[in-house]
Design a protein around this ligand. Structure first.
Ligand SMILES: Nc1ncnc2c1ncn2[C@@H]1O[C@H](COP(=O)(O)OP(=O)(O)OP(=O)(O)O)[C@@H](O)[C@H]1O
Ligand SMILES: [Mg+2]
Length: 175
């Protein structure tokens, strides 16, 4: 949620979220890619430092530094690339079976909240386990609905909630 919020703040039009479980490699990988404003090389080099932020309300940015520390605590790793004017990709690899790995939680519900709170942004949502998975792409949803029906219309929101829960069942929280 926090890392997607960075993409929203960077005025992304498309945000691609994927969670991949690989039981053989014992990893859980979260990837978030956006086509937002991107970062300068200088910003990028320092972004895992909690004292680097473009926030104006407080001087410490916690999102990326906490994510990086969280992956390392599970024996995983963290990677970020960004290009000014092109976008940003954040990849967090966790040790799947590490007791320090944060739980997945309510994946469908989290994605639903993000989609309906940001109806002007497109999302692709993917969850894969050992090479098999499901994807939802809001651009396809918009094609079906027609351009004049916003994704935050109550009926559409409810339909999306049900669809997301079917694609990404609550049992995913058990990984
Ligand atoms: N997807 C992104 N696109 C462009 N810039 C980004 C992106 N993600 C992070 N940044 C830049 O990196 C800085 C640090 O991000 P981080 O999430 O760690 O802290 P923050 O967003 O500033 O504060 P917080 O997340 O605690 O509200 C941001 O202020 C922003 O300038
Ligand atoms: Mg942030």
């Amino acid at each position: 949620m926090d890392i997607v919020q960075n993409s929203i703040s960077a005025h992304a039009a498309l945000i691609e979220v994927s969670v991949t479980v690989d039981r053989g490699a014992d990893t859980l990988t979260v990837s978030i890619k956006d086509d937002g404003s991107g970062m300068s090389k200088e910003m990028l080099a320092n972004v895992a430092d909690p004292f680097v932020t473009t926030r104006t309300t407080r001087r410490v940015g916690l999102g990326i530094s906490l994510l990086a520390a969280g992956t390392e605590a599970t024996g995983g790793h963290f990677h970020i690339d960004s290009e000014l004017g092109a976008g940003t990709r954040v990849i967090a690899v966790y040790g799947l079976s590490s007791i320090d790995r944060p739980p997945i939680g309510d994946f469908a519900g989290t994605m639903h909240t993000l989609i309906v709170s940001n109806p002007a942004i497109d999302f692709t949502v993917e969850f894969g386990v050992d090479g098999r998975g499901e994807t939802l792409d809001t651009r396809q949803v918009r094609q079906v609905l027609g351009e004049n029906v916003p994704l935050d219309t109550p009926e559409v929101s409810l339909w999306l909630k049900e669809g997301l829960s079917e694609l990404f069942p609550a049992s995913y929280a058990e990984y």
